[in-house]
Design a protein around this ligand. Structure first.
Ligand code: C2E
Ligand code: CA
Ligand code: CA
Ligand code: CA
Length: 278
């Protein structure tokens, strides 16, 4: 049997074999990491008229051996393996606990917090109950919580999506369409889905001053969102000139390195006090 096993393995591409075990190792590391508290939320401010009005919660993983691991690296695998379910639940709970602590501090109480939601997480059967439990467990108002979803997620099962969004909206939870323009949304869904906000993807913001096509897309997203009654927020704003362009074209809010990268909570809160005090 041992020999047969070796024979069978010969047919595998060794590179593929290595990739498979690297993924298995990463998955195991993620499980351990979640159990051992290696995950943390960072907070990136969202700005409207010079004031911080909220934050986007972005997941960070401090791996004991590899150091900081980017969510761009582990989120897709978590999504594939299903680990996104406990991980996403942890993010929701942690975000709601953060909102509860802000609610006790007058300068922080008005802030909203946006949480990224993965397709598999959203489409699991208990998702609405999970969000409501996170809100109720922390004792926070649904109106402070925003969920960021991507176009692919919204199109996967439109009836389920509309139903879940409708239920959560009944509790005041807001919805943003993330990375808008990079996926395949059909405009007809924009009017069917109970969205509150569009996020202009950073790939359009980056060259907004030098690429006339990006400029046209950014302007058009603002006009489209506004005429549908949605707020429009730009992400990836790195320069004053980009911010000025977006403001001139009536974009409602922005986030980006120009004010701040995502920060650990204490630094984020200090930034809110400094920025909103004046
Ligand atoms: P995203 O939701 O599109 O988040 C925006 C990404 O752009 C973040 O990367 C953020 O740090 C980065 N960013 C912010 N401002 C700037 C800027 O001015 N310039 C540039 N170049 N980048 C900027 P991050 O934190 O590495 O997250 C990457 C992606 O991982 C996120 O993209 C999101 O799709 C996913 N992600 C992060 N946290 C979570 C989470 O809790 N749950 C889920 N499902 N996905 C998450
Ligand atoms: Ca996002
Ligand atoms: Ca985004
Ligand atoms: Ca993105």
């Amino acid at each position: 049997a041992k020999d047969a096993g070796r024979d069978t393995l010969r047919f595998y591409d060794p590179k593929m074999q290595a990739a498979v075990s690297a993924r298995a190792a990463l998955e195991l590391d993620m499980r351990t990491g979640l159990a051992q508290g290696q995950f943390e939320l960072y907070y990136q401010p969202q700005i409207d008229h010079g004031r911080i009005i909220g934050a986007e919660a972005l997941l960070r993983w401090r791996h004991p051996r590899d150091g900081f691991v980017s969510p761009a690296h582990f989120i897709p695998l978590a999504e594939e393996t299903g680990l996104i379910l406990p991980l996403g639940e942890w993010v929701l709970k942690t975000a709601c606990q953060r909102l509860a602590s802000w609610a006790l501090q007058p300068a922080l109480a008005p802030l909203s917090l946006a949480v990224n939601v993965s397709p598999r997480q959203f489409h699991q059967s208990g998702f609405v109950a999970q969000v409501l439990a996170a809100l109720a467990g922390a004792g926070v108002d649904g109106r402070q919580l925003k969920l960021e979803m991507t176009e692919g997620l919204l199109l996967e099962d439109v009836e389920d999506t509309i139903d879940k969004m409708g239920q959560l909206k009944g509790y005041g939870v807001g919805f943003s369409l993330d990375d808008f323009g990079t996926g395949y949304s059909s405009l007809s869904y924009l009017k069917r889905l109970p969205l509150d906000q569009l996020k202009i993807d950073q790939s359009f913001v980056r060259d907004v001053l030098t690429d006339p096509n990006d400029a046209a897309i950014a302007r058009t997203v603002v006009a489209l969102g506004t005429s549908l009654g949605l707020r429009v927020i730009a992400e990836g704003v790195e320069t004053e000139a980009q911010r000025e362009f977006l403001e001139r074209h009536n974009c409602h809010a922005w986030q980006g390195y120009l004010l701040s990268p995502p920060l650990p909570v204490a630094e984020f809160e200090a930034l809110v006090h400094r920025t909103n005090a004046v």
